[in-house]
Design a binder for this molecule. Structure first.
Ligand SMILES: [Zn+2]
Length: 288
């Protein structure tokens, strides 16, 4: 499903997109749904036009979530500050806000617009501007394949990938980071790689804690179990793992039957026990 809104000011629209995304993602995760496993949201802003592409793999009432996100959108200044930081992390430039009350009024204008109408929100374009370049840290998150048997690698890689996806979105929503990688990006030696751009260096211990919390959430809220069930029931598979990518990354050729064979509770536990995160930082501000 595709949802669009338009505004006369690109930066305000882009900020609205990030703020709305944080709310939507937080609401979905609070209900125990996880990206890749239960839904996918892709959001972008192009010349003042905001687009959300949303796919639900479960019985999720997307319209309810959209209206709840809109209702709560401007009730939380902390999330607005995080959305502003996300824009800075993404653009590598400071975000200048002339008057935050007026900016909130502009965001309200966009918020009250219905999705998919031709009406454009007219906002005050002087409230927000792009400032100087700022220092950006790239957080590199690596999960490799230690102590996992060859046959189990495709399942391990998938479990690691969905974990990485939830984890990087949690970093973005907590520290105002910008996720600069896809869910299944790999390093030269095929380890799984997550990349997040940050305005400030976050302590390794905090990152590790957030990783452990992501794994815990996926476990206790049934994310991994739903993934397993889908992989076991080929006919009702919601998430089709890419067999080509699995083979390229693990050297194991896969088909639906093989996924069903290796996807059981015991192998999931082995995979979860093997999950180890490595954290590295790089100052990328001078690389542009
Ligand atoms: Zn953006």
């Amino acid at each position: 499903m595709k949802f669009t809104k338009r505004s006369n000011n690109h930066l305000t629209a882009h900020l609205y997109e990030h703020l709305f995304f944080i709310h939507l993602d937080t609401l979905l995760q609070a209900k125990g749904y996880f990206p890749i496993i239960d839904y996918s949201v892709d959001a972008y802003t192009d010349d003042g036009e905001i687009t959300f592409e949303i796919d639900a793999y479960r019985d999720i009432h997307i319209h309810n979530f959209l209206s709840q996100a809109a209702d709560e959108l401007l009730s939380n200044n902390e999330l607005l500050a995080i959305a502003c930081t996300q824009l800075e992390s993404e653009s590598h430039h400071e975000l200048l806000i002339a008057n935050s009350d007026e900016l909130i009024a502009s965001l309200k204008e966009i918020n009250t617009l219905l999705w998919n109408t031709d009406v454009k929100a007219e906002v005050n374009t002087r409230n927000i501007a792009k400032g100087e370049k700022i220092k950006i840290i790239e957080l590199e998150l690596i999960i490799d394949y230690p102590n996992v048997s060859q046959a189990l690698k495709p399942l391990y890689r998938l479990v690691a990938g969905v974990t990485m996806n939830t984890f990087v979105s949690n970093i973005a929503d907590t520290y105002g980071g910008f996720v600069a990688s896809s869910a299944f990006e790999t390093t030269a030696d095929k380890s799984l790689l997550g990349r997040v751009h940050l305005c400030e260096r976050v302590q390794v211990s905090e990152i590790q804690d957030l990783f452990n919390e992501s794994v815990e959430d996926l476990t206790t809220k049934g994310g991994y179990s739903r993934l397993l069930t889908d992989l076991q029931n080929i006919d009702s598979m919601k998430l089709a793992p890419s067999n080509e990518r699995a083979e390229a990354d693990t050297g194991v050729s896969m088909d639906d039957t093989k996924w069903a064979e290796i996807s059981n509770e015991q192998n999931l536990q082995i995979s979860l026990n093997a999950l180890k995160l490595q954290v590295a930082y790089e100052d990328i501000s001078t690389n542009e």
